[in-house]
Design a protein around this ligand. Structure first.
Ligand SMILES: *[C@@H]1O[C@H](CO)[C@@H](O)[C@H](O)[C@H]1NC(C)=O
Ligand SMILES: *[C@@H]1O[C@H](CO)[C@@H](O)[C@H](O)[C@H]1NC(C)=O
Ligand SMILES: *[C@@H]1O[C@H](CO)[C@@H](O)[C@H](O)[C@H]1NC(C)=O
Ligand SMILES: *[C@@H]1O[C@H](CO)[C@@H](O)[C@H](O)[C@H]1NC(C)=O
Ligand SMILES: *[C@@H]1O[C@H](CO)[C@@H](O)[C@H](O)[C@H]1NC(C)=O
Length: 314
């Protein structure tokens, strides 16, 4: 299970195919509350750096208006991070081979534990509830630790997955299946299978938790809103999309075929007309040459080869 596939291309393709924007983004420009919080927490986390040692996690202090959120920060050198990973940064175990782009000499991983603010900033689809607080980590340039308002760096693992080992998970209600949820930076979310009782895997940064669909067998109102909160329903909606695409494609083909047929008919008609005109001319010539005896001559010429073959059959 350590070798879950972290291939970039596959991930990109899959996320293109399956990513559903479950969280509506506000009109262009203004960040979502969750993204504004990321930015605020980056600023506060960097304040925990006071002549920081590379490779040592520091706990920060979140702003008082969001008390209950825990933050930490870890500064790393690009090269050593890539070659060694980071064994244990709070709940995260980061393997070797992590790629960070764009290139920076030093980066910082800012850790969030949203505690009792989890559902305030990360709303789940109807029917789901959290079994753990939402935790996350985001990578930033740490060449200048006085900076704020930094954009996240892009971070992904090339081979091994990042492990997220949740320390305390609420008991899973009877007969229900707990799953991992991953909130991406773009505001969409994705469900993944839980490994064991408390382990989630990821190949990218973001926010994570363990959730359960506690709506039992009641039909989900999410479906009527076009949301697809679970794998099965997502498959269903993908299936519908495929069916739609196939039907659309067939109708398109029929339309094209119809036009081709129309053009062909038109051209054939014109050709026939042309041939008729030519024939009329020829006929006029024939009649001028052989008078009314033209038809029997033509038939005789056409049937002769068959008769010749018959003569040579032993
Ligand atoms: C919390 O306070 C900070 C300033 O310390 C402010 O920028 C931020 O918008 C506030 N957040 C909320 C949710 O009130
Ligand atoms: C979370 O808990 C803290 C106290 O630990 C409290 O001040 C805060 O209002 C709580 N937040 C929410 C969203 O309930
Ligand atoms: C820094 O990381 C990049 C890839 O993100 C890598 O190509 C480069 O060799 C690394 N630099 C050092 C000094 O290790
Ligand atoms: C670091 O960033 C701060 C705030 O943006 C800026 O004032 C300072 O000059 C920067 N330091 C360097 C060495 O770039
Ligand atoms: C929760 O699970 C039940 C049974 O598996 C399913 O019927 C229901 O649609 C699910 N609800 C959501 C919101 O996914």
């Amino acid at each position: 299970m350590e070798f879950i596939h972290c291939s970039m291309i596959l991930l990109t393709v899959i996320s293109l195919l399956f990513s559903h924007q479950l969280v509506a983004l506000p009109p262009n420009g203004s960040p979502t509350p969750a993204r504004a919080l990321d930015s605020l927490l980056q600023d506060y986390a960097y304040q925990a750096f006071d002549r920081p040692h590379t490779g040592v996690p520091y706990d920060g202090i979140a702003p008082s208006n969001v008390s209950g959120i825990k933050i930490a920060v870890l500064r790393l050198r690009n090269g050593s991070f890539r070659n060694r990973g980071f064994r244990s940064y709070k709940e995260f175990e980061i393997p070797i081979g992590v790629i960070v782009q764009p290139y920076v000499r030093r980066l910082a991983l800012v850790y969030h534990n949203l505690g009792n603010w989890s559902s305030v900033y990360y709303a789940l689809p109807p029917g789901y509830s959290y079994l753990t607080p939402v935790i996350g980590f985001l990578a930033y340039n740490a060449e200048n630790i006085s900076s704020s308002n930094l954009p996240e760096l892009d971070l992904w693992t090339s081979k091994l997955a990042i492990w997220i080992r949740f320390s305390t998970v609420k008991a899973v209600p009877n007969g229900m299946k707990a799953r991992c949820v991953w909130f991406k930076l773009d505001g969409s979310l994705e469900f993944r299978n839980l490994v064991g009782s408390n382990l989630c895997l990821t190949c990218r940064q973001g926010h994570f938790s363990i959730v359960v669909n506690s709506s039992g067998l009641a039909p989900s109102p999410a479906l009527s809103q076009g949301l697809s909160p679970e794998g099965g329903e997502r498959d269903e909606s993908v299936a519908w999309k495929i069916i739609g695409a196939v039907i659309g494609g067939i109708m398109g083909l029929i339309l094209v075929a119809f036009f081709v047929a129309l053009v062909a008919t038109y051209r054939r008609k014109r050709k026939v007309e042309q041939m008729e005109r030519d024939a009329e001319v020829a006929e006029a010539l024939d009649m001028a040459q052989v008078g009314s005896a033209r038809a029997p001559v033509a038939i005789g010429t056409r049937t002769r080869p068959v008769e010749l073959e018959d003569e040579y059959v032993p």
